[in-house]
Design a protein around this ligand. Structure first.
Ligand code: ZN
Length: 229
């Protein structure tokens, strides 16, 4: 079994009813779920039988856009060009429309991702506090994460979580998601009262939503880890 995918991830799940093979939604590596009592070699034989399925599903996925020198990336309403700087020690920094990244090229994707996450958190925190202040609600914490399926979420304790890739979307889209989650601080549903509240925060709440359903999948391509098969 030496041609198994090198990035195969095996998960043991006692509650699983059967062997299951899928691709990770975000990064595309194959994931095998083993139910209780099923030996690993049985699972690996199952993967072996389904190598064509894995290859076909991977081929259907959109190409990732890693953050490499020479890549142009959206950044709010702007566009940045990733430029590698010869000085290895310099921090990642903005110079007009160039994002200067020092160090080895193999670390470029990671460094740009880290830089974008910091900017995303700053901006989302600023917009969330702004909107929360307008409706007299309190945000206890703003975090950014690598959520695979959602752009934002709101916990019962006032913690707002956002997908860091929102920093790549136009400003009005990031602002929409921040206002949307802030409105959930008071209305934990999508009922009429929630929409009425959101309408007090944004001129056209549907605009951001429409943009995300149309362009969200494109945004998720950025910074994706390249599969090695
Ligand atoms: Zn919602």
């Amino acid at each position: 079994m030496n041609d198994l995918p090198s990035d195969l991830k095996i998960i043991r799940n006692p509650r699983a009813r059967r062997l299951r093979l899928r691709l990770d939604r975000r990064e595309g590596f194959p994931v095998l779920t083993l139910p209780k009592g099923v030996p690993e070699r049985t699972g690996l034989a199952f993967v072996q039988e389904n190598l064509d399925w894995i290859r076909d599903r991977r081929a259907e996925r959109p190409d990732p856009i890693p953050f490499l020198p020479g890549t142009r990336i959206p950044f709010g309403d702007r566009e940045l060009l990733i430029v590698r700087t010869p000085d290895g020690r310099g921090n990642t920094r903005l110079n007009d429309d160039c994002l200067l990244v020092g160090g080895d090229e193999t670390h470029c994707n990671r460094r740009v991702t880290d830089w974008l996450k910091v900017r995303a958190r700053e901006r989302l925190k600023q917009r969330s506090l702004f909107h929360a202040d307008r409706i007299g609600e309190t945000v206890s914490r703003v975090r950014v994460a690598d959520q695979s399926s959602r752009w934002g979420s709101c916990s019962g304790r006032g913690v707002l979580s956002f997908n860091w890739r929102l920093i790549l979307a136009p400003d009005h889209v990031l602002d929409y998601v921040a206002a949307h989650e802030v409105a959930h601080l008071r209305e934990m549903n999508h009922g009429p009262r929630f929409h009425a509240l959101l309408a007090t925060l944004l001129a056209d709440p549907r605009q951001g939503d429409r943009w995300l359903s149309r362009n969200g999948p494109q945004l998720r391509r950025y910074g994706m880890v390249l599969a090695d098969s």
